[in-house]
Structure formats: structure tokens, C-alpha cells
Design a protein. Sequence first.
Length: 88
Amino acid sequence: MQTYKVQIEPKLSERLEQAAGVAKIAPAELIAQCVEQHLDIALRYVALLDRLDTVDQGLLDLASLVGEASAGGNVEVSSICRYLPSKV
């Protein structure tokens, strides 16, 4: 296990001591749990941003394809789109 020295403000230290007491764990264990949770959230956020970039690029590619396909004039939408409107 790696050891780190952490300095925190007195008000935060008081909150840490209280929370550790309520959770019945050592303050160092609470710090480790908080860091672990924060890292998990940060990694999920990065993955989410990557997925958003992928979706954005896909939408740009789709818009470009539709633009190129429809540039010649009258285009049958069904030739470039598999979506079929519901029959009313």
C-alpha cells in the first residue's frame, strides 16, 4: 500500500473526523474511499465525453452523406434512410 501525506483545511478536517466517526472507520480509510469514488466518477466522465465525440462525429458524417446525396435535386428519402414512417 502506498502512503501519502495530505494537508487539509481545519473546517474540512472537522467534517472528515465527524464523517469518519459516523461511518465508524478511520479518517484515512474515509479519505481513501473518497479518492477512489472520485477517480471512478472522473473516469466515467472521460468515457462519456469520448462517446459524445463519437456520436457528434457520426452525426456530422450522416449530415454530410445526406447533403451529398440530396445535392443533385429530387432524392427519394427511402434510398438513404431505413426509417419508415408509421402508417396512420
